[in-house]
Design a protein around this ligand. Sequence first.
Ligand code: SAM
Length: 248
Amino acid sequence: MSQISFDNFAQAARRNHLSDTEIAGRYVFQAEAERLILPDVVAKLAIGPADRLLEIGCGPGNLLIPLAYLAATATGIDNEPAIARLRARAPLAENLEGLAGNFLDLDFGDRRFDKILIYSVLHYLASADEVLRFVDKALALCAPGGRILLGDLTNGDRKARFARSAEGARVRRQWEAQVAGAGGHAFDSLPADGQLVVINDELLLTLVRHCRGLGFEAHLLPQPANLPFGGSREDILIYCHTQPNGSL
Ligand SMILES: C[S@@+](CC[C@H](N)C(=O)[O-])C[C@H]1O[C@@H](n2cnc3c(N)ncnc32)[C@H](O)[C@@H]1O
C-alpha cells in the first residue's frame, strides 16, 4: 500500500469542513454522478438481503451506507478517521460494522463474505505485486458462490483511447471547465504521491488471467458513461466458485 495516499485519505477524513464526496477523493461537482455508482454496483454484485457484504476501502461510507440497507450485514474497512466518520453517519444501522486498519494487515480468521466491493482503491496501492496480494486476500475471503467487484479501475490505455475519440474530446473540455470552476481539489494541500502502481491494459488483463488461473471466473466490464469517470475506467467482476454454473 502506498502510505502517502493512505495517510492523505486519513487526513482528509479528519477535516470536518469537507463533504463526504471530497473525503472519498472526488470533486464536489461529482456528487450527483457518485450516486449513480450505486445501481451499477448493486447490479454487478447482485446484492441481496441475505448477503454478508464487505467493502474494502469504504472511505466515509458513501457507497457502503446505502448498500447496507440492501444486505444482511455490511462491513467496511478503511483508515481510522474514515471509519469514525462512517460510524457517525449511520449510528443506528445495526447491521453496519467498521473495521479500522490497512486491509493487508487485518486478520479475518474464518470470516467469509458473499459480496466484496473494492471501489476506486487499487490505484492507490504501491505496485502491481501489491495489487495481486490485495486481490488474493479478497479472493480468500469470498464465500463459495459469492462475487467480488474490483470497481472503478483506472486504465491509462483506455483513457488515452477515449481521449482520442470525439466524445473523449468533448468530455475533456467539460471536465477541464468543471475543474477550473471547482477552485481546486480537497487533496491539493496534501503531499503528492509518487509511489503509485501504473494500471493499464496489461495489468488488468494480467489480473483477469491471474483470477482465472486460480479457478475463478473473472470478466472485464465497462462502466456506464454517466459515472464519475465512466469514459476512462472499468471494472473486473469475479465469481467466487471454482465450478462454473450454467450449461456448456
Ligand atoms: C477513492 S477512496 C474510495 C472510497 C469508496 N470506496 C468510494 O468509492 O466512495 C479510496 C479509499 O481506499 C482506502 N484504502 C486505500 N488502501 C487501503 C488499504 N490498504 N486498506 C484499507 N483501505 C485502503 C483509502 O483510505 C480511501 O478511503
